[in-house]
Design a binder for this molecule. Structure first.
Ligand code: UD1
Length: 418
């Protein structure tokens, strides 16, 4: 298992470019199943989660090559409609193949995702929506078994604006006869990217990016070439690495319009932010961060994926902060690790109450999920002295070549394989 040895306490400075979005790429890969032929996806981050989704598609019969950030997915010979537990348990987003498999084969057998470090993450909305489209759903030995002789366009109201359910239902609805309305749909940029690629393939989808999405079926889709949007979570995390170390970072190849609330919050915390075409520059001018409360919400609200890194930032802010996660109330495994570095945080229900400290001190800390790992890498970069960041495979799932990018900004960080 690899770890990072980090010598913290130095301001990060310089210019780097961001990667393509992991969370956008995963559903795009699943969408390739909706057509027969070669789908080409560019600006793909070379990450473990992408390789896991590639394995899921290979089980289904796709030929896949990932080279220099470009995925070639040939789905002509797909002949299997199952996603096994061994892969789905590694990455919940594998569940994205359910909708496309139903659309393509009229049946699917996909493992139910199990427990998760973020707390309970049910898939009831995916299944309820599929039933409304006319799918027969049962659970057999931990697998969702779906059968659909004929799908029919329907009105589906999601109780929660779930990203995964919106994506899955949008893709399944393409095989239904008539119009499907997904009400209270997720508005995240990753959903807009998926809908845009599906439309380029020949689908008629209206309203993506708003809470009412209409899908016209049945659609006959052709393979396309597509370029993935920049990773807004990576962008924000790298900008925060600049802020928490009191440095100055220019990030190119990013979409500031996907990060409006985050950029407002970081400005409020005292950072100087300059937005140009596709770049964002953050400069602390050596100032200390100010305390800024956040409550996570669905897009365009403050993303839950940025809550753990924001907690690291606010540990060093001047004053008291309250951070509330309304999406994943149990997503606070980073808190006890931050406390080991000297942070003063008290967790109650779904909130972290933080008393900003003057400095953190290096220590051994352990990552427990992708974004908790992001929180800890920020804190250890800011902490004085040496830290060991254990279980960095969580970072490798979500942040492309993170140690190279941080080293290019002047961080003293070394990957150690044991
Ligand atoms: C996606 C992101 C993840 C992010 C999350 C919320 C990917 C691959 N992952 O996950 O990084 O943290 O959005 O922005 O894009 N829920 C239900 N029933 C369901 C589905 C969801 O109750 O059937 C609940 C969840 O428990 C959670 C909330 O809805 O509380 C949001 O989940 P959802 O938007 O579905 O997240 P994911 O798509 O799994």
């Amino acid at each position: 298992m690899d770890r990072f040895a980090i010598e913290g306490g130095r301001p990060l400075e310089g210019k780097i470019s961001g990667s393509g979005s992991k969370n956008a790429t995963l559903p795009l890969m699943a969408a390739s199943l909706l057509t027969q032929g070669v789908t080409v996806i560019r600006n793909v981050p070379e990450l473990q989660d992408i390789r896991t989704m590639a394995m899921v598609l290979r089980v289904i019969g796709a030929d896949i090559i990932l080279e220099n950030g470009t995925l070639n997915i040939d789905t002509s010979r797909c002949n299997f409609w199952e996603a096994p537990y061994e892969l789905v348990r590694k990455m919940r987003a594998s569940f994205y193949v359910l909708g496309p498999l139903i659309a393509r084969f009229g049946k699917a057998r996909v493992s139910l995702p199990g427990g998760c470090a973020l707390g309970p993450r049910p898939v009831d909305l995916h299944l309820k929506g599929l039933q409304q489209l006319g799918c027969d759903i049962s659970i057999d030995s931990g697998y969702v078994v779906a059968k659909a002789r004929k799908l029919k366009g329907s009105e589906i109201r999601l109780d929660i604006a779930s990203v995964g359910a919106t994506g899955n239902l949008m893709m399944a609805a393409l095989a239904a006869n008539g119009v499907t309305l997904i009400d209270n749909a997720a508005c995240e940029p990753e959903i807009v990217d998926l809908a845009s690629m599906l439309c380029a393939m020949g689908a008629e989808i209206r309203g993506a990016g708003t809470p009412q999405v209409e899908v016209v079926g049945p659609a006959y889709l052709n393979p396309v070439e597509w370029t993935v949007i920049p990773d807004r979570i990576e962008t924000a995390t790298l900008l925060m690495a600049g802020a928490v170390t009191g440095g100055r970072i220019r990030l190119t190849g990013c979409r500031s319009d996907h990060l409006t609330i985050f950029l407002d919050k970081i400005k409020e915390a005292g950072a100087d932010v300059k937005v140009e075409d596709s770049s964002v520059t953050i400069d602390m001018h050596g100032r200390k961060l100010g305390a800024v409360d956040v409550t996570t919400a669905v897009y365009p609200g403050f993303p839950t994926d940025l809550q753990p890194p924001w907690t690291a930032l606010m540990s060093l802010a001047e004053g008291d902060t309250v951070i509330t996660d309304s999406i994943y109330p149990e997503r606070f495994t980073h808190v006890p690790e931050l406390v080991r570095l000297g942070a003063r945080i008290h967790k109650k229900v779904n909130s972290a109450y933080i008393k900003g400290v003057d400095h953190l001190t290096g220590a051994e800390v352990m990552c427990s999920d992708i974004r908790a790992a992001a929180s800890l890498i920020l804190a250890t970069l800011a902490a004085e002295g040496r830290s060991n960041l254990m279980r960095v495979y969580h970072l490798d799932r979500g942040y492309e070549r993170i140690e190279e990018k941080l080293a290019a900004l002047g961080a003293k960080i070394q990957r150690i394989s044991e």
